[in-house]
Design a protein around this ligand. Structure first.
Ligand SMILES: [Zn+2]
Length: 265
């Protein structure tokens, strides 16, 4: 079990996640925020008093949700993120890798003072000029799916800014409010610097943790089928029994079958 502390200023302060199984791996159909929320909800162990429960991931702010996605990634695949990049200048492919825990640490939100806000009760923040707001949650993000960036921004502000702050002045501060929200609870989605080892060309590479994790899980679908086939053939277990195995256990057993058969899966 992984216990992860949340930065929530109201509501549960921690969550317990279990290891992923084939059931969740198979259920990942896309890379949307909704897919991420469904995956995390499925992995929550709700048995502990005071922890976040299944069905409540939608209430988390972006930064807390990213912490959970990172925990799932690191437990499943380790801390290293690896990617092959094509150089824009010489067209050679090169490998780029970094450690996810160090990237997260570098993105950790600054202090309220540094961000120019004060924290009030119940997850409300106040900007120096008096505008009060709460942070958007997964529910708010899902409510703006399909809207243009401008429409989405307007709807998010409408949902998150406190009604007593809504005045003609708000439009003047909308960018500051949005930027402060993002600084208080960032997504792990950013441009990273990469340098081609062949020609030395510098270019930026976009990394989005949610997209990377969900794509990685989907890319293993064929391998999952091979493991199911190996275990079903050798042990005679049902599909639901095999899918219910923790991923690490399934892989060890499939590896043993592979050794017994003297070949690769
Ligand atoms: Zn190059």
């Amino acid at each position: 079990m992984n216990q992860i502390r949340l930065s929530n200023t109201h509501g549960p302060e921690w969550v317990t996640l279990r290891e992923i199984t084939g059931i969740e791996e198979q259920a990942v159909a896309n890379t949307s925020t909704l897919d991420a929320i469904q995956l995390l909800d499925a992995l929550i162990v709700s048995d502990y008093e005071g922890g976040l429960r299944q069905g409540e991931v939608v209430n988390l702010t972006p930064w807390d949700r990213e912490q959970l996605l990172a925990a799932v990634y690191m437990r499943t695949y380790g801390v290293r993120i690896e990617s092959t990049i094509k150089c824009h200048q010489c067209a050679e492919n090169f490998d780029m890798d970094f450690e996810l825990d160090r990237l997260l640490e570098s993105l950790r939100p600054g202090s309220y003072d540094a961000l120019g806000v004060t924290g009030e009760a119940n997850g409300i923040y106040r900007l120096g000029d008096g505008i009060t707001f709460r942070l958007p949650t997964g529910e708010d993000e899902c409510a703006v799916i399909g809207l243009t960036p401008e429409e989405a921004k307007a709807v998010l502000l409408e949902r998150c800014v406190q009604s007593d702050s809504k005045s003609d002045e708000l439009s003047k501060y909308s960018d500051i409010v949005q930027n402060t929200m993002e600084a208080l609870s960032p997504l792990v989605a950013l441009e990273l610097d990469a340098q081609c080892p062949e020609c030395g060309h510098d270019q930026s590479v976009y990394f989005d943790l949610q997209h990377y994790l969900l794509t990685t899980i989907q890319a293993e679908r064929k391998r999952l089928m091979q493991e199911i086939h190996a275990l079903a053939s050798n042990y005679g277990w049902s599909l639901s029994e095999i899918l219910g195995l923790p991923r690490s256990q399934r892989k060890i057993l499939a590896g043993l079958v592979e050794v017994d058969e003297g070949g690769g899966l």
